[in-house]
Design a protein around this ligand. Structure first.
Ligand SMILES: Nc1nc2c(c(=O)[nH]1)N(C=O)[C@@H](CNc1ccc(C(=O)N[C@@H](CCC(=O)O)C(=O)O)cc1)CN2
Ligand SMILES: Nc1ncnc2c1ncn2[C@@H]1O[C@H](COP(=O)(O)OP(=O)(O)OP(=O)(O)O)[C@@H](O)[C@H]1O
Length: 214
């Protein structure tokens, strides 16, 4: 089910790159208005929904991300998963924006290397191809549509990394509920390099996009 979504500015006739940039500005602006209380509630709810899903699926290795303050917080989910013995892989950017992973070892181990950068685990660094060990990949996104198109932060980090997932892995975008769009009403701009996702997880529900084939 795809419910009510937020209103976005018109992007008709724009090149996909420009349309993406216009939409990112609007979506980031909307995120900046979420109160601390709503963010905390979303963190708890995502922890409950995500850990239930993963227990049900029986995933042993899950790729996730450590959230920046404006993103749906995965702190509770990472903590629950690692306590349940699930290996959680997190992006490790290092000094540059390297595409590597490292295993989550606890919330205390995460460090924000510079203001605005995602918190990172201490390592050791694992090659980006290690994502092929994960049966579930939860990716950050600003928005997603029901055709599986995901709008990210614009660095192309995930588009490159997702080329290494195993063919039977499930990829879900992590978004707030009003960032899920029904593609009949609104399609996100798509470029040839964009990797499709199979569904979305929000603090309210897990949504499977039936039209996206593995
Ligand atoms: N939590 C999280 N981790 C992620 C991603 C993401 O979207 N979210 N990525 C998805 O691709 C990759 C890297 N994304 C990055 C996103 C921002 C900056 C960064 O340093 N941004 C700004 C600060 C802007 C701000 O204040 O908001 C900077 O350049 O200073 C670096 C990497 C991998 N890890
Ligand atoms: N597989 C790829 N190989 C080379 N360049 C790529 C690849 N995927 C994406 N890029 C480049 O990365 C840039 C950003 O892509 P895009 O706007 O789709 O990012 P995004 O998916 O929103 O960001 P992110 O994945 O970091 O959240 C583009 O300029 C694109 O050319």
């Amino acid at each position: 089910m795809v419910g009510a979504h937020q209103d976005l500015p018109p992007t008709d006739g724009m090149e996909p790159e420009d349309a993406k940039s216009t939409l990112r500005t609007a979506l980031r602006e909307a995120r900046s208005h979420r109160s601390a209380r709503r963010r905390a509630e979303a963190q708890d709810a995502l922890g409950v929904i995500g850990s239930h899903l993963i227990k049900q699926r029986g995933d042993e290795v899950v790729a996730l991300y450590a959230a920046r303050p404006s993103e749906p917080s995965t702190a509770d989910l990472m903590d629950r998963l690692s306590r349940a013995g699930v290996e959680v892989l997190l992006p490790l950017l290092g000094a540059g924006l390297a595409r590597q992973w490292a295993t989550f070892k606890g919330l205390d181990d995460l460090v924000e290397r510079a203001p605005g950068r995602p918190p990172e685990p201490s390592g050791p660094a694992l090659d980006m191809t290690e994502v092929s060990r994960a049966s579930l990949i939860l990716v950050p996104a600003l928005a997603v549509d029901s055709a599986g198109c995901r709008l990210g932060q614009g660095g192309g980090w995930y588009d490159r990394v997702l080329t290494h997932v195993r063919p039977d892995a499930t990829i879900l975008a992590v978004v707030f509920q009003d960032e899920v769009f029904d593609d009949v009403e609104f399609t996100l701009p798509r470029e040839p390099h964009d990797q499709l996702v199979h569904g979305a997880i929000t603090p309210q529900e897990v949504i499977t996009f039936t039209s996206v084939r593995k």
